[in-house]
Design a protein around this ligand. Structure first.
Ligand code: PGA
Length: 247
C-alpha cells in the first residue's frame, strides 16, 4: 500500500510575511498523508525553520547538476541538504520550456539529488500539441527512459514521479481522472519492466490545476498516489483541503 504524498510547489511566489502567515495557518492542520512544501531557494531557511518538527517536509524547486564550484547563480544540492531540504522538484515543465532543460539534464539532476540523499520529484508530461497529436505516452515514456538511464527504480521508489500534463498547469483545465490514470498506469508499467516490486512502491503524483473540488476523484484512481500542487498551494486552507482528500 503506497502512502499518499501531496507536495506544494510555490513556484516564484511568496514573501517573508506571506510565508510566515502560511506556516502559521498550516500548524493547525493534521494531514492524513505525507506533505512536502517546495519553497523558493531564498526562503528555504525561513520556511524550513518554521516547519521544523511539523507535519510537512521541506523541498526545493530545482538544483544544479554540478558539484559546488564556479557556477554563478546556481544552487548545489549540497546546499539544499545543508538547509534541511529532503526533497527537490526536477524537470518541471516550466524549466523544460523556459530554461531549456532537456530530458538528459533532468535525468542528471535527478541522479545528482539521489547521490546527495535528496528525494527528487521528477516531473514528466506532454504539451497540448503532443496530446492532440496522439503522442502523450510516447513523450512521457521518452522522458522516463532518460531518467531510468541514470537512476534505478528502487531509487525512484524512495522519491516520486509527477505526471503533469503541460496543458493542465495553471490553466484551470484538469486532466480527467481517466486521462491521468491512463498515463500513470503507463508510467508504472514502464518502471515495472525494470523492477516490478519497486514500481509497485513508487509514488506517482498528478499535477495540473488540482483544487479542493477535484482532488478527491483524482486521488481515488488506482495509480494516482497524490499530487503536486501549484496555484492552490499558495493558500494554506486550500492546500490543507487538498491534503485532506488524500486519505
Ligand atoms: P497548478 O501547477 O496546480 O497551478 O496547475 C502545478 C505545477 O505546475 O506543479
Amino acid at each position: 500500500m503506497r502512502r499518499k504524498l501531496v507536495a506544494a510547489n510555490w513556484k516564484m511566489n511568496g514573501s517573508s510575511a506571506s510565508n510566515a502567515q502560511w506556516v502559521t495557518a498550516w500548524r493547525r492542520v493534521s494531514p492524513p498523508c505525507d506533505v512536502v512544501v517546495c519553497a523558493p531557494f531564498v526562503y528555504l531557511a525561513q520556511v524550513g525553520e518554521a516547519l521544523a518538527a511539523g507535519s510537512a517536509q521541506l523541498g526545493a524547486q530545482n538544483l544544479s547538476e554540478q558539484t559546488p564550484g564556479a557556477f554563478t547563480g546556481e544552487v548545489a544540492g549540497e546546499m539544499l541538504a545543508d538547509l534541511g531540504c529532503r526533497w527537490v522538484i526536477v524537470g518541471h515543465s516550466e524549466r523544460r520550456a523556459m530554461y531549456g532543460e532537456t530530458n538528459e539534464l533532468v535525468a542528471k539532476k535527478a541522479a545528482r539529488a539521489i547521490a546527495l540523499g535528496l528525494k527528487p520529484i521528477v516531473c514528466v508530461g506532454e504539451t497540448l500539441a503532443e496530446r492532440d497529436g496522439g503522442r502523450t505516452l510516447e513523450v512521457v515514456s521518452a522522458q522516463m527512459a532518460a531518467v531510468l538511464a541514470q537512476c534505478t527504480v528502487a531509487q525512484l521508489a524512495e522519491a516520486a514521479i509527477a505526471y503533469e500534463p503541460v496543458w493542465a498547469i495553471g490553466t484551470g483545465r484538469t486532466a480527467t481522472p481517466a486521462q491521468a490514470q491512463e498515463v500513470h498506469a503507463a508510467v508504472r508499467a514502464q518502471l515495472a519492466q525494470a523492477d516490478a516490486p519497486a514500481a509497485q512502491r513508487t509514488r506517482i503524483l498528478y499535477g495540473g490545476s488540482v483544487k479542493p473540488a477535484n482532488a478527491g476523484e483524482l486521488f481515488a484512481q488506482p495509480d494516482i498516489d497524490g499530487g503536486l500542487i501549484g496555484g492552490a498551494s499558495l493558500v494554506a486552507a486550500d492546500f490543507a483541503a487538498i491534503c485532506a482528500a488524500a486519505k
